[in-house]
Write a protein that binds this ligand. Structure first.
Ligand SMILES: N[C@@H](CCC(=O)N[C@@H](CS)C(=O)NCC(=O)O)C(=O)O
Length: 289
């Protein structure tokens, strides 16, 4: 029988890591640090039975944020543009990011997030993800984004997406493991798999709730779009991809993806059956054509 967690081999007297059958066996390892009570494998508001009152704004732009690097990005853009805005501090160490009024603005429960009460056509619009907010603001104000220079605008876009996709996340997690992870080095892999596995589950739950509760066929309503194309591959990796332990245990089984996120799985399968997506999967696995 396979034992889970770190174990001692008889002959080599060294630690080897063996995955437990289900991620739930590791969850207490995520509780052994300052963020333990905040981390959870589910998305959505945690105060639904007794929702905290939403702040009442008196300006068009309403920023929900905190003085972390991700929060600072948007604050800098707002100040450089000289815009007036309400600022509501979201204390992520106390769980404000899981209050209903905030989740309604950012279903992913991360700062920064923003409402523009004077959005497209004068209607309110919600914005989440620092780069989506930054791009919205500089486009709206027609400043700092190479309005008349398409090539430079594309190069700036490369750096914006590099920041959010490549720079911030690893540096933030370096800090997490440097400062917050449990002290016992032998538990490090359990803790890492638990922390990231829990985040993988929570991110799937963001999609599940968005699709299921919003009764959506695709991410932006009934119309298949680039948002579906771009959010599909990592879901497919968890469902069908190459994350398999040597004993055959798949990431989908370990995380319980099919039972926990049926609507997300239907969405992914709907996309996977598209001829263009099949062609992309086939082509990406072949040598140069
Ligand atoms: N990709 C997001 C990252 C946002 C993010 O990770 N924010 C952190 C603070 S710097 C947060 O809200 N953490 C709360 C949590 O993990 O519960 C962005 O650029 O807006």
């Amino acid at each position: 029988m396979t034992k889970s967690g770190s174990e001692q081999t008889d002959d080599k007297m060294e630690k080897v890591w063996v995955a437990p059958r289900r991620i739930e066996e590791l969850f207490e390892k995520s509780g052994g640090n300052a963020w333990g009570k905040i981390n959870a494998p589910t998305a959505g508001a945690r105060d639904l039975h007794d929702p905290a009152p939403a702040p009442v704004p008196n300006k068009d732009l309403v920023l929900y944020s905190l003085g972390t690097p991700n929060g600072l990005k948007v604050a800098i853009v707002l100040e450089e543009l000289g815009l007036d805005y309400n600022y509501h501090r979201i204390d992520i160490s106390k769980g404000d990011q899981f209050k209903k009024f905030f989740v309604d603005v950012n279903p992913n429960s991360k700062i920064p997030a923003m409402i523009d009460r004077n959005g497209p056509g004068g209607a309110p619009v919600r914005l989440f993800e620092s780069i989506a907010i930054a791009m919205y603001l500089v486009e709206k104000e027609q400043k700092f984004f190479f309005e008349n220079d398409p090539a430079s605008k594309l190069e700036a876009t490369n750096w914006l997406i590099w920041q959010v996709g490549s720079q911030g996340f690893p540096i933030g997690n370096f800090g997490h493991f440097f400062v917050y992870a449990p002290k016992d080095a032998a538990d490090a892999r359990d803790y890492g798999v638990s922390r990231y596995g829990m985040e993988a589950l929570r991110l799937c739950d963001v999609l599940e709730k968005h699709l299921h509760e919003g009764k959506k066929t695709y991410l932006v309503g009934e119309t298949y779009s680039v948002a579906d194309m771009i959010c599909f591959p990592w879901v497919w990796q968890l469902l069908q991809g190459s994350y398999v332990q040597p004993d055959g245990l798949t990431a989908a089984e370990f995380l319980g993806i099919r039972e926990k996120f049926p609507t997300m799985c239907e969405w992914a399968e709907r996309i996977a059956t598209r001829p263009a997506v099949q062609a992309a999967i086939d082509r990406a696995s072949k040598p140069d054509l």
